[in-house]
Design a protein around this ligand. Structure first.
Ligand SMILES: [Zn+2]
Length: 343
């Protein structure tokens, strides 16, 4: 089955102030990738806007209304987050693209999908815009899957920043597993290994905080020791990926040294787990990635993995020690030993 890409030229219409890293040129990169893959194996579809019902599953009604009221207006919503007159409409398309990716894989049209969207989503809280994000696209998608028959949904977030919004939205919910690898300490400040969820959701948040400077070997280590074992034991019906590429070595915001082949390996490893757990159902939703060249290469590599055969990931080997990965895995697993089994 071909990979399905959910893409639209309209994502360039969400404008941010000059010099802002989350800029419309990112949408041009997404378009180039969608057009390239359209002529190869991919099915490319345009997103519908997310319905109010879909948004309200994870956002407060007041907040959905507040964003609605930004239509036609240029506003600053938090120190880093802005709207332009079109942003409300484009943000609804971004969340709608994530929902469409879920529908495609859950309805059996395809087993793999990627939503190429901006603005990103994982910092958006129930009641507040934050960190370039208006609606929490991946959370809207997860809640949509839950409302449409998925008993358990896993979200793996390899963006360099911690997805505070996603974590908080599902904090007490044992039906959604949230697993994040991220630079720590770093923006937004959350994501300590000790944050494991609350109440019934205790143990269903897995944070893998990596010190700045982490390399491919660190990511391989934490994927093999923490991320993949947790997802396997959770046995999701659907695997969602908050696919941010700002841990890339070229990225101007992140302080990590991840290469494009390592992003391919991460995606391939997740695809393999989806094959084992949930009939290969995996949907990636774009988050960050602020170097345009690295963003293009990383999106291309991820789509290639999603469109090609399943199989073993090929991790690049630079021979650098995985000392940061070992420390992060140790922290993450010691917070969760009574709840999950780690190798
Ligand atoms: Zn990020």
């Amino acid at each position: 089955m071909p990979v399905c890409l959910i893409a639209s030229e309209r994502f360039a219409e969400h404008q941010t102030p000059p010099g802002h890293p989350e800029r419309p040129e990112r949408a041009d990169v997404m378009d180039v990738m969608a057009n390239r893959w359209r002529t190869r194996d991919a099915v490319v579809v345009a997103p519908p806007p997310a319905t109010r019902e879909a948004l309200a599953r994870v956002h407060d009604d007041d907040y959905v209304e507040l964003i609605e009221q930004t239509a036609g207006r240029a506003l600053q919503l938090d120190p880093d987050t802005y709207t332009s007159p079109e942003s409300y409409e484009i943000a609804r398309l971004a969340a709608g693209a994530a929902v469409a990716a879920v529908d495609r894989v859950m309805n059996g049209h395809t087993s793999t999908a990627m939503a190429l969207v901006r603005p990103p989503g994982h910092h958006a809280e129930r009641d507040r815009a934050m960190g370039f994000c208006l609606y929490n696209n991946v959370a809207v998608a997860a809640a949509h899957a839950r409302a449409n028959g998925a008993a358990r949904v896993a979200i793996v977030d390899y963006d360099v920043h911690h997805g505070n919004g996603t974590q908080h939205i599902f904090d007490t919910d044992p039906s959604v597993l949230y697993v994040s690898t991220h630079q720590y300490p770093f923006y937004p400040g959350t994501g300590a290994a000790s944050e494991i969820g609350h109440g019934e959701g205790r143990g269903f948040t897995v944070n893998v905080p990596l010190e700045a400077g982490a390399v491919d070997e660190d990511y391989q280590y934490v994927f093999e020791r923490v991320v993949l074992p947790a997802v396997r034991q959770f046995e999701p019906d659907l695997l969602l990926v908050s696919a941010g590429f700002d841990a890339h070595e070229r990225d101007p915001l992140g302080g990590m040294r991840v290469t494009t082949p390592a992003f391919a390996a991460m995606t391939k490893a997740l695809r393999q787990v989806a094959d084992e757990c949930c009939r290969g159902r995996i949907a990636c939703v774009l988050e960050g990635g602020y170097d345009l060249e690295a963003l293009a290469a990383s999106i291309d590599a991820a789509i290639e993995v999603l469109s090609g055969p399943a199989g073993e990931p090929r991790w690049p080997a630079s021979g650098i020690s995985s000392v940061r990965g070992r420390a992060a895995a140790e922290a993450a697993t010691s917070a969760l030993t009574s709840l999950w089994t780690f190798p």
